[in-house]
Design a binder for this molecule. Structure first.
Ligand SMILES: Cc1ncc(COP(=O)(O)O)c(C=O)c1O
Length: 451
């Protein structure tokens, strides 16, 4: 289709679509998770929107042929992928670095098996996406948690604890989530440099899960970890996928990049041991369509979701002020701070599930640091969020009935002051010094490796 025509197309994300009886885990198996059909599901991270026309169209043409045989990575697939990474993220990849796999968690699990031994320590920044815990445990490795520091509605890195945890536990791999799920943090370049410097000092490999890299809110920008420094590129595994951003999670496709040939060989051997053979035909086709020609859809879906984010934020500030929004810098997920509700973590979960009949992700699923929080998925029609917010308000008004009757509740929402960027807090001189040490450390470890 002509580009001009594509650009004029207007997607209607308000359209109501019934996803029941489609084997959707979000809609079809509530009893398995302790919920019912009555609950509004705003949990697992997929979108309630049909994908870009370009993706539908390529899938339709494969369907019309009706052959779904073994599929490999074509040059064209690589070119499209390389162009996307270069244009969107200024990240230059080479063909040999790429592993096309069925999912990011599969890619992470393979990295854990390839680059650590049973009993080794792997560090994550908590609260964090719950499969991170499971993938470490299921591979008989030890979880080490570096708690993110929560202050004034924002999350920061505790570098002292980060370093101590690595040192004390002899951590082998740092599993980074950037942008971070569930807190929505997009790590700044300086934050990444400080963490990378520590990892370099203690020879900790970084597996960087960047599945949400294409969903960033202005003015934040995503830095691919491997882009920090040419040499550091050799100390990381970068995991990406179009699945979240283009809503193709069910098509099982992800792209992992490993620049270091030694690591790549180990990774490849591990994959061979699992006899991982080939990739998903429809997933690969969808990935090409997503990265090569779905820009119009992406722009519109981002605008729509940003409006959802603004709507939910202002609704909550106005109507349920004991619940605080942790403003996401990236991802289409929203992290809600419920500390001020005056309830225990269990009571908070019960409030949303039993009183409001809402199916959010409960904070405890993301680890102990997630207690007192809930996570909502904003990638749905606004009408559904409106219904969810009304239910939440009704349950909230009921819970705080006496308080509301006693006094005209003033809107307790503190203006969420724009907290200064971490970059600004950090003296420019200090970060320069760290960067210098980081580069020296990279050269030193290279010399050691050569010895
Ligand atoms: C940070 C993060 N990593 C990995 C995944 C899952 O990726 P996949 O389905 O490709 O295994 C998700 C899904 O929400 C995620 O948020």
């Amino acid at each position: 289709m002509l580009k001009e025509v594509r650009d004029l197309r207007k997607y209607n994300f308000d359209r109501k679509i019934n996803r029941n009886n489609t084997n959707s885990i979000k809609y079809d198996f509530p009893e398995d998770y302790g919920y019912t059909k009555e609950h509004i599901p705003l949990w697992v991270a997929d979108m309630d929107f049909p994908v870009a026309e370009e993706i539908k169209s390529v899938i339709s043409s494969i369907n019309s042929m009706g052959i779904y045989g073994y599929t490999g990575m074509s040059n064209y697939y690589y070119e499209v992928l390389a162009k996307w990474m270069r244009k969107e993220h200024n990240y230059k990849i080479e063909r040999e670095w790429c592993f096309v796999l069925p999912g990011v968690m599969f890619a992470i699990s393979t990295a854990i098996r390839a680059f650590s031994e049973e009993g080794d320590a792997i560090m994550v920044q908590t609260p964090v996406y719950s499969p991170f815990y499971k993938v470490i445990e299921n591979n008989n490795r030890v979880i080490v948690g570096n708690s993110l520091v929560y202050e004034n509605g924002e999350y920061f890195v505790d570098y002292v604890d980060f370093e101590n945890k690595i040192k004390e536990n002899n951590v082998k791999i740092f599993l980074l989530s950037n942008p971070h799920n569930p807190v929505g943090k997009v790590f700044t370049k300086n934050e990444l440099i400080r963490m990378a410097h520590i990892c370099c000092k203690y020879k900790v490999l970084v597996v960087s899960d960047e599945i949400h890299q294409d969903f960033i809110y202005e003015p934040h920008t995503h830095t691919v970890l491997a882009n920090l420094n040419e040499k550091f590129e050799n100390n990381c595994v970068i995991c990406t996928s179009p699945s979240k951003t283009f809503n193709i999670a069910g098509l099982k496709v992800s792209n992992t990049f490993i620049a270091n040939p030694k690591l790549r060989k180990l990774y490849d051997d591990t994959l061979k041991a699992c006899y991982n053979g080939g990739v998903n035909t429809l997933g690969m086709a969808a990935c090409v369509a997503a990265y090569s020609s779905s820009g119009t859809w992406l722009k519109q879906v981002k605008t729509y979701i940003k409006k959802n984010l603004d709507y939910v934020t202002s609704f909550i500030e106005k109507n349920t002020p004991k619940i605080k929004v942790v403003k996401p810098q990236g991802t289409y997920l929203m992290w809600l701070d419920c500390h001020d509700m005056g309830l225990s973590p269990q009571e908070i979960d019960d409030f949303f599930k039993d009183d409001a009949k809402l199916w959010f992700n409960i904070g405890q699923r993301f680890g102990k640091d997630g207690e007192y929080f809930q996570r909502i998925n904003l990638a749905t029609g606004k009408y559904r969020l409106e219904e969810a917010m009304e239910r939440m308000k009704k349950a909230y008004d009921h819970l705080y009935k006496e308080e509301l009757e006693e006094k005209d509740v003033e809107n307790e929402v503190d203006e969420i002051d724009e907290v200064e960027e971490d970059d600004e807090l950090l003296e420019a001189k200090e970060i320069e010094e760290i960067e210098k040490e980081f580069i020296e450390c990279l050269y030193a470890s290279e010399e050691e490796d050569e010895e």
